[in-house]
Design a protein around this ligand. Structure first.
Ligand SMILES: *[C@@H]1O[C@H](CO)[C@@H](O)[C@H](O)[C@H]1NC(C)=O
Ligand SMILES: *[C@@H]1O[C@H](CO)[C@@H](O)[C@H](O)[C@H]1NC(C)=O
Ligand SMILES: *[C@@H]1O[C@H](CO)[C@@H](O)[C@H](O)[C@H]1NC(C)=O
Ligand SMILES: *[C@@H]1O[C@H](CO)[C@@H](O)[C@H](O)[C@H]1NC(C)=O
Length: 406
């Protein structure tokens, strides 16, 4: 959290001489500015004439002070008022003088398209200087961790594996954001704090696709991941090379992991399919044998995330079942979803919650209740997906293909 005050920053020097000199220079400088800045040009600077109709100047009207610029505003304002009755609500489509751009983002149709900034980023800016010179580097990747301060040394180690090309965003589920001040990188990181929420809760609310549009890849990671054998820049290279839209690093140790797919293999750069226990994969191109990664250390391309974000349900927080549905966001899924073996991670504590690797800590004592909810959410998600799909095919009057059954 940064609180900004626009009061004078700094200290008055002790030495009287310096004070006097400073004051004198200030006076001269102020005088020069005053002389070289006629009022009319100042008014133009602040209110370019084309903006006038959109400025609400009722306040100035009432005051009726009589300064020339204000009279000018007043005239512009009243002429807008005269015309307002013709179309205040709803768009009069025949009135071509009014701006209405259907291609603009929903709700922004009244704006001229060139002023619309529909997307944003997490780049930190300065409070002074030219905006165009604020950013010395524009990180192309975003990495988010859902963290509690107990794991801060682990996260510290992880963050150091991400170069300056990564924006770091921490979601704090324990509210202890100041515990991170000891790390230098923490000053450049974005901190979002909301108590006892899960990774997908934060992701839905703070990683809207339009907000993270500046980033080629988005890492949405748990906090208990060991990164001794992981290099983020190398990882990105491999993901690009193999066209992976949704990916995760291979996982060690193999023992305790449920799914074959996410286990690290020693023999290559990436793998996109695997074999499971007999009967688990009627279709070898479908989860859990392909088109599948887990949701513990997932990496999304910008486009894939735009889709996945829309699939995250607002009332389901644990995200169980999401991994099985990721494939709906890329096509062909069995080629664009995969596991990177040559940059791999260690899953440090095998959580009691099972293989889903949710952020642990605050609910340990209530693990059973959480697990029940996880399972329940998974069922709800599956049902919603199945119903939505049925509704779609009914609407389109097509026979649903067999392969979407899962
Ligand atoms: C108001 O409407 C009149 C004619 O209907 C037009 O001449 C004038 O330019 C309009 N003023 C504004 C600010 O749109
Ligand atoms: C727009 O113009 C058309 C024909 O010029 C007219 O039929 C229609 O009623 C007008 N619509 C409005 C909202 O004024
Ligand atoms: C950051 O990205 C640039 C451009 O892709 C690259 O040249 C540079 O090596 C990257 N930095 C690191 C530390 O890898
Ligand atoms: C779908 O499944 C049914 C029976 O299981 C089968 O007869 C049919 O050929 C399948 N259709 C396709 C498109 O695979």
């Amino acid at each position: 959290m940064v609180s900004v005050t626009c009061s004078v920053v700094g200290r008055i020097p002790n030495e009287t001489v310096r004070l006097i000199i400073t004051t004198f220079i200030g006076l001269v400088f102020g005088f020069l500015i005053g002389v070289s800045f006629p009022t009319t040009s100042l008014a133009k600077l602040i209110y370019p004439s084309s903006f006038l109709p959109s400025i609400d100047l009722t306040y100035i009207e009432d005051k009726n002070v009589g300064l020339s610029t204000q009279t000018f505003f007043h005239r512009a304002q009243s002429s807008v008022k005269d015309n307002e009755s013709s179309s205040t609500h709803g768009q009069n489509l025949n009135d071509t003088s009014k701006i209405w751009v259907p291609k603009n983002p929903w709700g922004a149709e009244r704006l001229p398209p060139d002023i619309v900034a529909a997307e944003s980023d997490f780049y930190l800016r300065r409070l002074w200087g030219k905006p165009s010179e604020d950013l010395t580097i524009k990180p192309k990747y975003l990495v988010t961790f859902t963290v509690g301060s107990d794991q801060k040394n682990n996260i510290d180690a992880a963050v150091k594996k991400f170069s300056e090309n990564f924006t770091i965003l921490l979601f704090h589920y324990d509210g202890r954001t100041s515990a991170w001040d000891e790390f230098e990188w923490s000053k450049r990181a974005i901190h979002v704090s909301a108590r006892k929420q899960t990774k997908w809760w934060y992701a839905k609310r703070f990683l809207h696709p339009d907000i993270v549009a500046a980033y080629d890849y988005i890492f949405i990671w748990d906090e208990d991941i060991g990164v001794q054998h992981f290099d983020a820049e190398e990882y990105i290279k491999l993901v690009r090379k193999h066209g992976l839209e949704i990916s995760q690093p291979g996982c060690e140790p193999n023992k305790g992991l449920t799914w074959q797919m996410t286990k690290r293999r020693g023999d290559g750069e990436v793998h996109k399919e695997t074999e499971e226990k007999p009967g688990w994969c009627p279709d070898p191109h479908l989860p859990p044998c392909a088109a599948f990664v887990e949701i513990m250390a997932t990496v999304f391309s910008r486009d894939a995330w735009r889709c996945v974000w829309h699939m995250i349900q607002n009332d389901l927080v644990h995200g169980w079942g999401l991994d099985f549905a990721l494939r709906r966001c890329v096509d062909p899924a069995h080629e664009k979803i995969g596991v990177v073996d040559s940059q791999w991670i260690v899953h440090q504590n095998i959580p009691s919650l099972g293989n889903q690797g949710q952020a642990q800590g605050w609910w340990k004592s209530r693990a059973t209740g959480v697990k029940e909810r996880c399972t329940k959410e998974w069922r709800m998600f599956q049902n919603r997906m199945a119903q939505a799909e049925r509704a779609y095919y009914r609407e389109m009057a097509i026979e649903p293909p067999n392969s979407t059954a899962r």
